[in-house]
Design a protein around this ligand. Structure first.
Ligand SMILES: C[S@@+](CC[C@H](N)C(=O)[O-])C[C@H]1O[C@@H](n2cnc3c(N)ncnc32)[C@H](O)[C@@H]1O
Length: 355
């Protein structure tokens, strides 16, 4: 296994969150089957984030013809067609949603908050998936322990989450935690349950939302995807490591390359990160910022890798919800960055091409 993802947050702080009064209370503490009796054939994430989830599942599930449990399942199990699962059991609370899920070969209706035991034999599954649902568990450690029981040694437990949920059903500790602390919570559940080896963390942030998404006009980037995975201890020692999709390649700095790049940008006025033509941009009339010229050049490609990586990079530095765009100053030939909080930011200053 790869090194543990622990260390994102101080475990003592996570423990204090877990021990807080009513950590697992919800606004709606009525039995879950009541809330989930209503059919919700909705996408819980935007299309880009859903593609990422499928990618993560496809990368981590390496077993041939795996036997899979989709724990807290609905109408979509996010399994790539290439997975070739031999059996997929969906356990959830809404019958019609499970019926609509064509990946499932078996369907089980069960409330794991009322009774966290999983109705399966020991060592039944190669893989247990839990997608955008861990935040509803009121007894997560019991459920995780059960996952460990029904997984085969070396089997994969993949927990994927984002930053959206049903507000009345989310547990308080999840809502109170920051995005980073939520990773720490899932790791704490795994450690507390015992018998797992925690793998590397996956985070995808800042990809542009699809143009036809209902929140596109607000300038929000795509929903973030956080994935924590673990293997049940005791797997075969020669098992190849599970490899996450790479989205965080960093390009090392090299002075000569930077100079060459600066020259090319001056000649082409194209973004060095994505190749898209830079836009002429009129600086805002803001007395608090001393802009060097009246016009600068910016990359406004929302899918530019520089912008996409920026959300994650700044999140890692403790500035969630921000990224930056590439900026070129034609007077000095200098490149720098401008911070943004939304993909819409700064666009008002774009000067139309023929002006
Ligand atoms: C946000 S949906 C996510 C569904 C699915 N995993 C997906 O990725 O689209 C949350 C799901 O958790 C299931 N769920 C919520 N509380 C549950 C509980 N106490 N026991 C079992 N399933 C539950 C519901 O049936 C619901 O479909």
């Amino acid at each position: 296994m790869s090194p543990t993802a622990a260390g994102h947050t101080d475990p003592r702080f996570i423990q204090s969150l877990l021990q807080s009064d009513h950590a697992f209370a919800r606004v709606d503490d009525a039995p879950d089957p009541e809330f989930y009796a209503t059919e919700r054939m909705v996408a819980h994430l935007d299309a880009t984030a859903l593609e990422t989830v499928e990618d993560v599942v496809g990368s981590l599930v390496t077993e041939e013809g795996p036997v899979i449990l989709d724990l807290m399942a609905s109408w979509d199990s996010h399994l790539p067609a290439s997975l070739g699962a031999s059996k997929v059991v969906g356990l959830g609370l809404n019958g019609p949603e499970l019926e609509a899920n064509s990946a499932l070969t078996e369907r089980v209706l069960k409330d794991v908050n009322a009774d966290p035991t999983l109705p399966f034999e020991e060592e039944t599954f190669d893989v247990v998936l839990n997608v955008v649902s861990v935040e509803y568990l009121t007894r997560p450690v019991h459920v995780f322990r059960e996952v460990g029981r029904v997984l085969k040694p070396g089997g994969l437990f993949l927990v994927v989450f984002s930053n959206r949920w049903f507000p009345s059903k989310v547990v308080r500790v999840w809502e109170d935690a920051s995005e980073e602390e939520r990773i720490g919570l899932v790791e704490a559940y795994l450690r507390e349950a015992g018998g797992f080896e925690i793998g590397e963390l996956f985070v995808s942030m800042g990809l542009p939302r699809p143009a036809d998404d209902r929140f596109h006009h607000l300038g929000f980037p795509s929903d973030p995807v956080f994935a924590v995975f673990a293997e049940k201890s005791g797997g075969p020692p020669d098992r190849p490591p599970r490899v996450l999709p790479r989205d965080r390649a960093r390009i090392p700095m090299d002075r000569e390359k930077v100079e060459a790049r600066r020259k090319i940008v001056g000649e082409t006025l194209a973004c060095p990160h994505c190749g898209q033509k830079l836009s002429k941009w009129k600086v805002p009339d803001d007395p608090c910022i001393d802009w060097p010229n009246e016009f600068l050049y910016l990359c406004f490609n929302d899918a530019c890798p520089f912008v996409v990586r920026g959300w994650r990079f700044l999140w890692e530095q403790g500035f969630p919800g921000a990224s930056y765009r590439y900026l070129y100053n034609p007077e000095t030939g200098a490149s720098t960055t401008v911070p943004i909080r939304s993909l819409r930011d700064l666009k008002a200053g774009v000067v139309p091409e023929d002006t």
